[in-house]
Design a protein around this ligand. Structure first.
Ligand code: ADP
Ligand code: MG
Length: 568
């Protein structure tokens, strides 16, 4: 293998050459403490940056095995190293010429602890993947700057981020212990038939709509009502106490601005682990919980929405409902049916983002508009059937209608950001003030009808390229000639997830769409492969910017592809 000094000489010799000549540096180089691998070299200083890896043998990195001897710990340690590498890289990253010249960066991360392709660890050693903007002035190579970046800065970053001896030992242990405790609680929830847990002392509000870090001052810590309080004895941090939401139907009520949506949003993201100091590290949710909202304008392909919608004008079928432009209520019905199709066990609904006519239909409206003139069976008339027939629970924020008191198992009232258990009071009120509504939902929820997607309707090609997928931020994928809009899919939290989802769609099409497999079976196969072989399988080369995702979000992307067709 070539050495670091070979690389240095090579770079110095490239000084002043045309940018394309950088292609010669592809390959592996042995440094004193690690191996540097240059996998991909960018075509010009403005293009997507070059992709590199470092591999540090464990004899040098020296991470104690207990930091990665369980899957929870391993994922958390990899997350920690990615963050640390990113912080040090940012310090040393500087503008060294045109375009992205001088950039050094690990993949972008938020508050969630996720499995990512950026960092890997086993008994042999650590691998960290990152990008570099190879320096240039105009289109001329800056060889000396490149040598400085690759042969001095990179060793410096490795030294300060990938060697246990140089890290904050306390912080790193806490990082893996908190993640392991959170996974432990998540497992307990499922065993104890609870859908979510919010620890006392949690900080739920965020700094702003665009800053997901915890609100600093003025944040009122969470405190469970006594009747809903439970404790878990965690493997590392001891006893954690807080509010448990049981299976069934839970209503979150309270005045406007009293913290209802903030609580639900925290529960929504409780399907993921969070970093220490986030404030939500012990807000834990059943991983099969899916946020449901209205999403008018989305396309729908052959979804059986008949549990909720029937007898549309012009006799349109709702057993295999398709539209390029859904209404608020039909989109919300489709969002629910699609989530159920791939195994959702908890639905999270907020009145702020729900379609009113999908949620409620009160006595007066039932009088004025006869049932046979209203295609929608409101959610209130299906919510219990959904739990009884399919054991799917709902957590619903609803400050605007007391009609739901009749169907709720648990009612939590938010008052100045502090919850109380008002289940009994709500039941008494429901008795005293009957709604006189007619129940319109029937005895059963209805069928969750499987669909078979046609592989030919999923086309990632563009122009001469067989596969062209590109991700813009967390809400949009350019998939071949199509755009997939995922702005309403709020449980996608970082761009790396969407990158992986886009690639997994191509993988799913190539491997599993055979005109026979159901959508649920296809998604299940892909997830099983990822579990077995890791996230790298969706990419032809070692890519450092992919993050784990759930079956629900993969299905959500497929369902929003406007060309998607379903077998009749
Ligand atoms: P609601 O849904 O009941 O109308 P929100 O959840 O939207 O209320 O919260 C209203 C505002 O209060 C938001 O700006 C939110 O960040 C803030 N907030 C929420 N929870 C807390 C808390 N525990 N402490 C301080 N501020 C909070
Ligand atoms: Mg709200």
């Amino acid at each position: 293998m070539a050495t670091a000094s070979t690389l240095r000489t090579l770079l110095l010799n490239l000084d002043g050459a045309s940018y394309k000549a950088y292609k010669d540096i592809r390959g592996s180089y042995s440094f004193a403490d690690f191996t540097l691998i240059i996998d991909y070299v960018q075509g010009d200083p403005f293009a997507a940056p070059s992709e590199l890896r470092v591999q540090v043998p464990m004899a040098i990195a020296q991470f104690p095995p207990e930091l990665f001897n369980s899957f929870s710990r391993e994922v958390a340690l990899r997350d920690y190293l990615t963050r640390r590498f990113g912080v040090v890289a940012k310090e040393l990253s500087s503008r060294r010429g045109t375009g992205k010249s001088g950039l050094i960066a690990a993949t972008g991360v938020g508050q969630e602890v996720l499995e990512r392709t950026a960092a890997w660890i086993d008994e042999e050693g650590v691998e960290l993947r990152f990008v570099v903007g190879l320096p240039a002035q105009g289109r001329r190579i800056l060889g000396r700057q490149a040598a400085e970046l690759l042969c001095e800065d990179i060793p410096d970053i490795v030294e300060r981020s990938l060697k246990y001896a140089n890290l904050n030992v306390q912080a790193i242990h806490r990082h893996v212990e908190v993640a392991e405790d959170a996974d432990f609680i998540r497992q307990c929830l499922i065993e104890q038939r609870l859908v979510a847990f919010v620890a006392n002392g949690s900080i739920l509000p965020r700094r702003s709509g665009v800053d997901d870090r915890p609100l600093k001052e003025q944040a009122i810590p969470f405190q469970s009502p006594p009747s809903l309080q439970v404790s878990f004895d965690c493997p590392n941090g001891g006893t954690v106490t807080g509010m448990a939401i049981p299976e069934g139907i839970t209503l979150i009520v309270g005045g406007g601005y009293h913290g209802k949506s903030t609580l639900l949003r925290a529960i929504e993201l409780g399907v993921y682990n969070h970093i220490p100091q986030d404030g939500r590290e012990f807000v834990i949710t059943d991983p099969r919980a899916v946020k449901i909202r209205a999403e008018d304008g989305r396309s729908i392909a052959g979804v059986d929405i008949s549990p909720f919608i029937n007898q549309l004008p012009q006799g349109r079928s709702t057993r295999q409902f398709s539209t390029p432009n859904a209404s608020g209520s039909t989109s919300q019905a489709a969002n629910i049916m699609e989530a159920l199709e791939v195994g959702a066990k908890v639905l999270l609904v907020d009145e702020d983002t729900a379609a009113t006519n999908f949620m409620i239909r009160d006595r007066r409206m039932q009088q004025l508009i006869q049932k046979d003139k209203e295609p929608i069976t409101p959610f209130i008339d299906k919510i219990q059937q959904l739990y009884h027939d399919y054991q799917v629970s709902t957590v619903l924020v609803m400050g605007g209608s007391g009609d739901y008191f009749d169907v709720a198992d648990t009612v939590i009232a938010m008052d100045n950001f502090i919850p109380s258990d008002v289940t009994e009071a709500a039941k008494v009120i429901a008795q005293e003030y009957a709604t006189h509504r007619q129940e319109e939902g029937g005895i059963r929820f209805g069928a969750i009808t499987p669909r078979i997607p046609l592989g030919a309707s999923i086309d990632p090609s563009k122009g001469k390229r067989a596969v062209k997928v590109k991700v813009r931020d967390v809400d949009e994928v350019a998939f071949g000639e199509e755009e997939i809009d995922l702005a309403a899919v709020s449980q996608i939290v970082e761009t790396g997830q969407l990158r992986a989802i886009a690639k997994a769609l191509v993988y799913a099409k190539e491997r599993y769409m055979n005109q026979k497999r159901t959508l649920a079976a296809i998604i299940e196969q892909v997830m099983a492969d990822l579990d077995q072989e890791g996230l790298d399988i969706v990419s032809p080369y070692p890519q450092g910017n992919l993050s784990e995702f759930r079956p629900f979000e993969l299905a959500a992307a497929l369902n929003r592809l406007r060309t998607l067709e379903i077998r009749n």
